[in-house]
Write a protein that binds this ligand. Structure first.
Ligand code: BMA
Length: 382
């Protein structure tokens, strides 16, 4: 016992001297009834972000460039020998009672991948490209009036509730081997400052969008009693802190602040991208800190990574110096007949940026699954 107390005091002193325990303890998970695991994940991410960046990849275990559904495989592991520290999944089409999500991942397999990823030490994040409840069109159907239609009193309110019920059933099925809920970073209504989804700006007032968020969180928390979710507020591009916060629904319903931005500039103009990203990351981190929230770069990448040094000369300088808890790159779909292009953002064995990704992986600031598992970031303290 004495030894344990001594160990605790040493850890406390080192932590305080390093200056990372104090800011973390000031941050609180937004759900007063959050599970121990969700609370712990929140605290660990808050602590870790001063020193480390978790590397995430969308659909990591489900498929990659040239393969699908091979047990234990991921494109990231094919390059560095271990899986990403964060795994992103999307539950779009769950609302239709479909067997597979919008990108063809069976929901049953997705649950298994989530359980496997969590058990091995990775953090889980879930987004939702939900269809347009007003028209039945896709998430990209920006018919005006879609947001107000799902709010209380709207013509599609009951439909929307039934969709949330399905989300709750899915989330309730995410348990570990001991029957404990797996904590999830849930990122609904993402890229809100864009103009391409039905919940984006231009399609409703900021108040209606905030109400959509608050209604959703309250429904899942209060009606459905889900307390293992941390909520990720997410924008696309923004000019300044005010623009970033224009659709922000409130500190009581958000745990992580984030944005998504991809490199569309050609390789020769990468400095332009780096600078604009650094500027935004600075604003994001300062804003998150003032609201006592975690900061993250929830989606980024350069399609088909044509820059052989993209990881160390673009992504690293963007994430290295700022207190971001994680950075996630989008899915490795491979060839897309609809566009005639390759659609992937992570590396894979033999890809032109693979050697550079190894350097990136070895950088002391980056966390992949094994280091994360050693730190037990997603696990209950014993
Ligand atoms: C987009 C593309 C689409 C995909 C969607 C949801 O960025 O990758 O092909 O359907 O995300 O994952």
């Amino acid at each position: 016992m004495l030894k344990r107390i001594q160990k605790f005091l040493v850890v406390l002193c080192v932590g305080c001297c390093a200056g990372w325990l104090l800011p973390a303890s000031a941050q609180q998970v937004s759900d007063k009834h959050a599970t121990k695991e969700a609370t712990q994940l929140f605290q660990r991410l808050s602590t870790l972000q001063s020193q480390y960046r978790i590397f995430g990849h969308q659909d990591a275990l489900a498929y990659g460039v040239g393969w699908k559904g091979i047990a234990g495989k991921s494109d990231v592991a094919s390059v560095v020998g271990e899986h990403p520290g964060m795994m992103g999944w999307d539950i779009g089409h769950l609302e239709l009672d479909a067997a597979k999500n919008l990108d063809d991942v069976p929901f049953d397999s997705m649950k298994q991948y989530i359980r496997q990823g969590h058990a091995a030490g990775s953090v889980i994040t879930i987004s939702w490209h939900l269809r347009n409840p007003l028209t039945g069109g896709s998430a990209w159907d920006t018919t005006h009036g879609s947001v107000t239609a799902v709010l209380p009193g709207g013509s599609k309110h009951a439909v929307f509730n039934s969709w949330l019920d399905k989300v709750a059933v899915f989330m309730q099925d995410l348990k570990d081997d001991n029957g404990r809920y797996i904590p999830v970073l849930f990122r609904p209504f993402h890229e809100v400052t864009g103009n391409w989804f039905w919940w984006c700006k231009n399609n409703a007032t900021p108040e209606a969008i905030q109400q959509l968020w608050r209604y959703t969180v309250q429904y899942l928390r209060e009606q459905k009693k889900l307390h293992h979710l941390l909520y990720v507020y997410n924008t696309a591009e923004f000019a300044d802190a005010q623009a970033f916060l224009q659709y922000y629904p409130g500190d009581d319903v958000v745990d992580v602040m984030s944005f998504d931005q991809y490199q569309h500039e050609p390789v020769a103009q990468k400095q332009q991208f780096i600078q604009s990203m650094q500027q935004r990351v600075q604003v994001l981190c300062a804003t998150a800190q003032s609201h006592k929230k975690i900061a993250a770069l929830a989606e980024t990448g350069m399609e088909s990574v044509p820059d052989p040094q993209w990881w160390t000369t673009v992504l690293l300088p963007i994430v290295e110096r700022y207190p971001l808890s994680y950075v996630l790159v989008w899915r490795n779909h491979g060839y897309m007949p609809s566009t005639g292009k390759m659609h992937y953002y992570g590396p894979y064995a033999g890809q032109v940026s693979a050697a550079d990704f190894v350097q990136f992986y070895q950088h002391p600031v980056m966390l992949f699954q094994q280091k994360l598992a050693n730190q037990k970031v997603n696990k209950r303290k014993r």
